[in-house]
Design a binder for this molecule. Structure first.
Ligand code: HEM
Length: 386
């Protein structure tokens, strides 16, 4: 008997693996609808990035110290001294940014193909929580290096929470662990970032994937008229779709390494509560929200911004037409396009706001609303083009 046979015989004698071989094979070769494409790898890309974050996060934990005195130095040590430390720190930072983009695109894909409709409403709702938690991952992780940018972005971010009526002060103090961002905030964010969120996301992903497997990938047929994928028009999960997933994993890994080498995230200066930087901005993925809040009073702004996740959660119950095909859902598609464009629009406004830039040979100063003002040669501001 070959070694492989000896091992499988040994296991079979104890666990009767033969019994589950059939169902397992059926699962692996499960037919997927014919329209399943590269866009259907976005979910597994999100999963891949989550696993990559967990692995690089564990490596970071070896040297990271979550205290005010040591945090910055420990990250500096990781980037300059630890073996391959610079690489796994950069892959973790780039992975976080890519994960937000990929999870968002996956959400967009399931929105466009109407996959969130009956019977997959709960899969969508769990997805919305996963999207929100991915953002919270970003918010809490950003503080951990304890540099100037992180310190002040967190100060502003938690300040916004303070403006919520009645419970705002309480939430702000709960987040900060005191009146200001300090050592208490750092340890709270650390616990949320490395213990609570990873497990919460892990369990939500497990339920999400269980539902996806149980109900099968949505066809493009209208609600309640789904037909079993015809054998001649379907694609087996393994090897066809699994191969596509393998390919995108390699591309993602290649991207993360390339970006880490060519465009590394700088650590900057250690946090200093006494020196406020000129323009404080959150991470790019919070910019649209941050910018919208500027146009309203704080309270109205928070109200407008908190409507977004609420709408996402109840969306399957608002978009009730039976059609799944995007061309047969013109109203939903128009809303989707408008939302994506306004995210980009306010994101760019937020990016340009409170900065000076030279565009086509002219110097512009963008005010906090993102409105450009031409700065003349002698540095005096003039009313800019609108
Ligand atoms: C960490 C985050 C997430 C992971 C790891 C994940 C993973 C997956 C995977 C692997 C699939 C099956 C393949 C595919 O359609 O790409 C899937 C399907 C699905 N996901 Fe997610 N997902 C995440 C977040 C989200 C979000 C944010 C939403 C929407 C708000 C969402 C809604 C859905 C829906 C409705 C399906 C069913 C698609 C269909 O049947 O065609 N997911 N997810």
């Amino acid at each position: 008997m070959s070694m492989k046979n000896i091992i499988s015989h040994w296991i079979n004698e104890r666990f009767e693996v033969e019994k589950i071989k059939g169902p397992l094979k059926k699962q692996l070769e499960k037919p997927l609808p014919g329209h399943v494409s590269w866009f259907h790898t976005l979910g597994s890309m999100s999963f891949f990035l989550f696993i990559s974050q967990v692995l690089t996060g564990i490596l970071l934990l070896v040297y990271y110290r979550p205290t005010v005195d040591e945090a910055f130095q420990s990250v500096k040590f990781i980037t300059t001294q630890a073996y391959m430390g610079w690489l796994y720190r950069q892959i973790h930072a780039w992975g976080a940014n890519l994960m937000i983009i990929i999870v968002f695109l996956h959400m967009l894909r399931t929105f466009v193909t109407g996959s969130f409709k009956k019977p997959r409403e709960i899969t969508w709702i769990i997805g919305v929580f996963l999207f929100i938690l991915t953002l919270v991952f970003g918010f809490t992780g950003y503080l951990l290096p304890w540099n100037q940018l992180a310190y002040w972005a967190t100060t502003v971010g938690t300040e916004i929470a303070g403006a919520i009526p009645f419970v705002g002060e309480w939430i702000k103090t709960l987040l900060r662990g005191g009146p200001n961002v300090g050592g208490e905030t750092l340890s709270r964010f650390f616990v949320v970032h490395v213990i609570i969120l990873p497990w919460a996301v892990f369990f939500l992903i497990a339920i999400h994937l269980f539902f996806v497997r149980w109900q099968g990938i949505a066809t493009m047929d209208p609600v309640d008229q789904a037909k079993e994928p015809k054998p001649e028009k379907s694609i087996p999960f393994f090897p066809h779709h699994a191969l596509k997933e393998g390919i995108v994993f390699f591309i993602l890994l290649g991207w993360m390494i390339t970006l880490s080498v060519l465009m590394p995230f700088e650590l900057g200066e250690v946090a200093n509560p006494l020196v406020t930087p000129l323009a404080i901005k959150p991470e790019w993925y919070f910019l649209p929200m941050y910018q919208v809040i500027k146009y309203f009073s704080k309270l109205a702004g928070i109200f407008v911004v908190s409507l977004a996740p609420l709408f996402l959660l109840v969306w399957p119950f608002l978009d009730k037409s039976k059609e799944r095909h995007p061309l047969k859902r013109p109203v939903s598609m128009t809303i989707g396009v408008l939302v994506v464009f306004s995210l980009l629009f306010f994101g760019f406004l937020g990016h340009f706001s409170e900065s000076k830039r030279r565009i086509l040979g002219k110097e512009y100063e963008f005010d906090i609303y993102g409105k450009p003002h031409v700065v003349s040669g002698d540095g005096i501001q003039q009313e800019g083009k609108k």
